[in-house]
Design a protein around this ligand. Structure first.
Ligand SMILES: Nc1ncnc2c1ncn2[C@@H]1O[C@H](COP(=O)(O)OP(=O)(O)OP(=O)(O)O)[C@@H](O)[C@H]1O
Ligand SMILES: [Mg+2]
Length: 306
């Protein structure tokens, strides 16, 4: 098997708060192969965005981080500012959560996308052609017109496609899409997922999502809870035969599966399994933290019942 394009080893991220340190990621280990499409799912506050941001070292200065992140073997945590700048956008790009918030309302779409080229030293006179071309590639029927448009004139789906366009402008090897279908109507969701799939064909995609249908377009699903990975396996198998009680509860809470709420809320346990207090199957063994255990080929679960 080839070396992973992204390798995360024992990544822990803590935020200082008035009540002490808050651990948002806890010893996360994750290898992602080139070309793999991976969904990262879990309830709000599980650490999905912190994981995505950490890969690009966007939390420097506001968090304390230990562990390692390697991109194509390069150690992200020891990169200089210059190396980071070169890596961001070119090797790995992040499409942030809430595109309507991340797009500047007073700058035209074309200029906002063009700024990505500017940061990476592409001469200004080459911008327009590249931006118009990529707006066309992303599915806008009138890219010239979109180039001259302000974000408030675009629908949610169009804003999402704009930020996908921005993320893909330098043709990065890895795209991290943070909740790309959030808040969209069903038709726009399908449209955005098709666009993402097409744009990342042959590339690596990390799709952070709450959307069961979005996860379905990825061949692998990673389930997070309280900053830890609890289950990781082929999406079809994890959906058909979830092993961890949390994954089962999460699927049951999806609108397409009856929306059965999971009692309680996400909390970090002092020791052992973080899902302990909410788990119907808890036992004394869960008071110890268990390693990820292989239950079938490529399917790993962190639960003493498996
Ligand atoms: N800058 C920060 N300071 C303190 N705590 C933070 C900070 N950023 C994130 N957190 C906390 O880290 C935890 C994980 O946050 P994160 O944004 O990764 O959640 P998420 O899984 O992406 O949730 P959502 O699905 O709502 O986007 C949350 O409890 C959050 O409050
Ligand atoms: Mg998030």
């Amino acid at each position: 098997m080839s070396d992973p394009i992204i390798s995360i080893r024992n990544l822990t991220v803590e935020f200082p708060t008035a009540e002490g340190k808050f651990r948002a990621l806890d010893e996360v280990c994750l290898n992602i192969s080139e070309g793999e499409h991976v969904a990262v799912i879990g309830e709000s506050g599980c650490g999905k965005s912190v994981l995505g941001h950490s890969i690009l070292r966007l939390l420097d200065g506001i968090s304390e981080t230990t562990g390692n992140i390697f991109i194509k073997g390069a150690d992200v945590r020891s990169m200089s500012e210059r190396e980071l700048l070169a890596m961001r956008g070119q090797e790995v790009a992040l499409i942030p959560q809430s595109p309507t918030v991340s797009l500047d309302p007073v700058i035209k779409i074309g200029k906002q996308i063009g700024e990505v080229y500017d940061v990476h030293g592409v001469p200004k006179q080459e911008w327009k052609e590249k931006v118009v071309e990529s707006l066309g590639n992303i599915g806008f029927e009138d890219p010239q017109n979109i180039y001259e448009t302000y974000p408030h004139r675009l629908s949610g789906g169009m804003c999402e496609r704009t930020v996908i366009c921005m993320g893909m402008s330098l043709k990065p090897a890895v795209l991290i899409a943070d909740e790309p279908t959030k808040g969209l109507d069903p038709a726009s969701k399908i449209d955005v997922l098709k666009t993402l799939n097409r744009q990342t064909n042959g590339k690596t995609l990390i799709m952070i999502t709450h959307d069961y249908n979005a996860a379905k377009i990825c061949e692998r699903t990673v389930v997070m809870y309280s900053g830890r990975i609890l289950e990781d396996g082929p999406t079809e198998e994890v959906m058909r035969d979830p092993k961890h009680p949390y994954t089962k509860a999460l699927w049951g809470a999806m609108p397409c599966n009856g929306m059965i709420p999971i009692a309680g809320s996400v909390e970090k346990a002092a020791t052992g399994c973080d899902f302990y207090n909410r788990c119907e199957h808890r036992c004394d063994e869960c008071k110890d933290l268990h390693d990820m255990k292989q239950v079938s080929e490529n399917h790993l679960v962190r639960c003493c019942k498996c």
